[in-house]
Design a binder for this molecule. Sequence first.
Ligand SMILES: Nc1ncnc2c1ncn2[C@@H]1O[C@H](COP(=O)(O)OP(=O)(O)OP(=O)(O)O)[C@@H](O)[C@H]1O
Length: 318
Amino acid sequence: MSTSKKPVAAAIALLEHLSHRYAREWAIRDINLAIPARGVLGLLGSNGAGKSTTMNILCGVINQTEGEVYIDGIDLRKHPVEAKRCLGFLPQKAPLYPELTVDEYLRYCASLRDVPKAAIGRAVEAVKAQCGLAAHGRRLLANLSGGYQQRVGIAQAIIHSPKLVVLDEPANGLDPNQIQEVRKLIRQLAEERAVILSTHILSEVQATCDRIAMIERGRIVFDDTLSAFDNHVAPNSFIAVLAHPPATLEALRIPDIIAIEQVDPHRFRCRFVGGSDITAAFIARAVAAGWGLTELYLEKTSLDGIFYQLSKQAAQDH
Ligand SMILES: Nc1ncnc2c1ncn2[C@@H]1O[C@H](COP(=O)(O)OP(=O)(O)OP(=O)(O)O)[C@@H](O)[C@H]1O
């Protein structure tokens, strides 16, 4: 069958005006996303925000009520088989058969994914090498540790060399060493393809993602780079370290400083009116008054704080 392609610059997948209703309630509403062809996109959101619904539609598990999904330019609803060839999926619980060996399982997945018979052996060896499983081919899946089972789950998702891999909470249940290894593997995969990662864990996002799309109450509330997310909320406090602080906290007050707190004998937290450029004025005052200013830095809002603010804003807008 010939499949007409929608031209998309630098994006491997497009979600256009995507909405879904399970019964009467809309689970997602007018989601628009362009997923870059390389790198890791983190899909964030609170419980029930609409992440799984979005991923299930993107992976062709459920059909959307409204809107379009294009994968590599192919309309997923009109040409599901062709579109899904470009896609690998690791659901939250890896679909493993414990009674099979790693080799048997990956061969089986390759045949399900229509890898030509003659190419299956090579494809299995290639993903094993990529996922650090080269020495584990004859091991039974049941006897592998959680971290290695997760590697096998990722290996099955890339066995047919898809351009887009969707991973649902891939670090769930792993110990800290395994988490590091899986993160490294995800970064490697994303060098040559797009990876979408759904997670609640913000340290996961910080360590792995290039971009963040955040969904709240079924709508996109943020879609930009990790560093834009990190800087989404402008600081409204700074810490000044003073070798010779004045006798009273009040003496530190300059216009636009609204509160001062002593953190330790030499460290002071000054809250200021958001948006004002106050540090230059404070430095000038500190130098003139001989407070022995040795350090001054703005306090950024943590990723958790930014997540919280975006969620709160979405609830207010609702
Ligand atoms: N099969 C279903 N039938 C009816 N409503 C559903 C169904 N699946 C999800 N929902 C509802 O759709 C909304 C979005 O759910 P979804 O599972 O997509 O959110 P999520 O962000 O993945 O949440 P979580 O992080 O808890 O998995 C929620 O209100 C949820 O209750």
